[in-house]
Design a binder for this molecule. Structure first.
Ligand SMILES: O=C(O)CCC(=O)C(=O)O
Ligand SMILES: [Fe+2]
Length: 481
């Protein structure tokens, strides 16, 4: 049976090479999802940088862990330094990726993610997303998706043979990245007062590690497309390496998209959905996207740490305390979660299958200071054909997530600088000396109708001390009336 041709998208590289002035309609985002559809600003502070050597040191580890917690709670994404991956290895893996993408289409199609006579889609390989429906909007990028671990499950048919160095350098980079994953996950377990190995123990030698190498091409109308749709990453943790300093990656916080500065030789980390579940929502998997530009290509390499398909993911039991701190997420098998994830990912929606308690329910409110709670409307949930509720990523713009910060008393222990989330912006900083009020604070006796005095107090200072709270029903007269 011939496959429907609409299911096989044209590679973006071909579209870019054809030099069209407008992207084809299937790449054009809907109104609410256009890159400028919501406020976009630069991050108000430098991206948090975590020093992995310090994080592991006995002397400075606690301070670095406070920084890590602040980074996880403020942005969910941060950079790492002193991670042990040589600059030359980062250069090699990016160079090999660039060489792969610069080959002819024919050569790259040897690694295609569309396979067999029936031309069916598989996650691994070179191409774009799986096209499930006619109206699915595609990303303005091509990508190479590979399974790196377990090694005996590598689908070598999708692993490039050219350049020759590709397989070895990717392998070496993956081995070194493992140390980053381990260091961060140990530190996160400690932050949550869990056994240091709690998160690491969730992995086995069958747990998948996958890599996605994204190739973003210039687009004549970057205002109409996205290089990568809004999404959160599956898995426990993801690392990201980029080849240039284009402003392209953005992270969503409180309805605003923030440009995340990225540059070569800097490894960024963000936590994934599985960590959000295991931490019972203490740490949230950040929604992010990539915008396109007219000028330059960009390559990014994201490494994802997943869990065994048969493993159940659930909030760590030590983080649950009866009705005071109930599980915010249902227990779900990784493979079932992943099936739902790809279903939603293709459509650009985020499933709420795992949520045990609707986020806007009062029961979901957190009464523990280490937890975050949600207020207001968390987007218009709709029912998908499968009956599960889902929220579009565009709806996330209305999400209003209030994160409960760490206890200040904890922070004061041996910290010389308050974490960035406590620092007020320049113009709001307190001056060293304040002035006393030039006159005593106004006292208004409401029982005797001192309305003129009340008005004047409110106009001058906006506050007053009521002498006696009864109200005689008189209307406030305007000053001078
Ligand atoms: O290219 C980027 O900066 C981000 C890529 C990404 O989010 C992903 O591959 O999941
Ligand atoms: Fe991502």
């Amino acid at each position: 049976m011939a496959v429907d041709s609409w299911r096989i998208p044209t590679l973006v590289q071909e579209l870019a090479a054809a030099g069209a002035h407008e992207p084809p309609s299937r790449y054009v985002r809907r109104e609410g999802e256009l890159p400028a559809g919501a406020a976009v600003v630069d991050m108000p502070e430098p991206i948090p940088v975590i020093d992995l050597c310090r994080l592991q040191s006995a002397a400075a580890g606690a301070m670095e862990a406070v920084k890590l917690r602040s980074a996880l709670q403020s942005w969910g994404v941060f950079a790492v330094i002193n991670h042990g991956i040589e600059t030359s290895l980062m250069d090699d893996v990016m160079k090999a990726s660039g060489e792969f993408f610069s080959q002819t289409l024919e050569e790259k199609q040897k690694c295609s993610n569309i396979v067999g006579n029936k031309q069916h889609f598989q996650v691994e390989g070179y191409g774009n997303d799986q096209v499930k429906t006619h109206d699915q909007v595609l990303d303005w990028s091509d990508r190479l998706h590979l399974r790196v671990r377990p090694e005996d499950e590598r689908n070598l048919a999708t692993w490039p043979k050219h350049p020759e160095s590709f397989r070895n350098v990717l392998h070496d980079y993956a081995v070194k990245s493992e140390i980053i994953k381990e260091t961060i996950l140990q530190a996160m377990a400690k932050l949550m007062e869990l056994d240091e190995a709690y998160f690491l123990n969730q992995f086995s030698d069958r747990s998948p590690v996958t890599v996605r190498i994204n190739h973003y091409l210039p687009c004549p109308r970057p205002d109409l497309v996205l290089g990568f749709k809004p999404h959160s990453d599956d898995g426990v943790l993801a690392t990201l390496l980029v080849d240039n300093d284009l402003v392209a990656l953005q992270v969503l916080r409180d309805g605003i998209w923030y440009n995340v500065p990225t540059k070569p030789h800097t490894i960024l980390i963000n936590i994934g959905d599985f960590m959000e579940v295991m931490s019972n929502g203490i740490f949230e998997s950040p929604v992010h996207r990539v915008v396109a530009n007219t000028e330059k290509e960009r390559i990014s390499l994201a490494m994802f740490y997943g869990l065994d398909p048969e493993k159940e993911i659930e909030p760590a039991s030590d983080l649950l305390h009866g009705v005071k701190q109930p599980a915010q997420y249902k227990t779900v098998k990784t493979k079932d979660y992943m099936a739902g994830f790809y279903e939603h990912f293709a459509r650009g929606t985020r499933g709420s299958l795992m949520r045990a308690i609707p986020v806007h329910s009062p029961d979901a409110r957190c009464d523990n200071l280490r937890r975050r709670c949600c207020t207001g409307d968390r987007g218009a949930a709709s029912l998908s054909s499968s009956g599960h509720s889902e929220t579009t990523m565009a709806d996330c713009h209305q999400w209003n997530i209030v994160k409960i910060p760490p206890i200040v008393q904890e922070l004061t222990a041996g910290v010389h600088e308050p974490p960035s989330q406590y620092m007020v912006c320049e113009q709001d900083r307190p001056t060293v000396t304040g002035s006393d009020m030039p006159e005593p604070i106004p006292i208004v006796d409401l029982s005797t109708g001192e309305l003129a005095k009340l008005r004047s107090a409110l106009e001058d200072w906006g506050l007053s001390l009521p002498g006696y709270w009864t109200w005689n029903g008189a209307k406030l007269a305007r000053r001078g009336d």
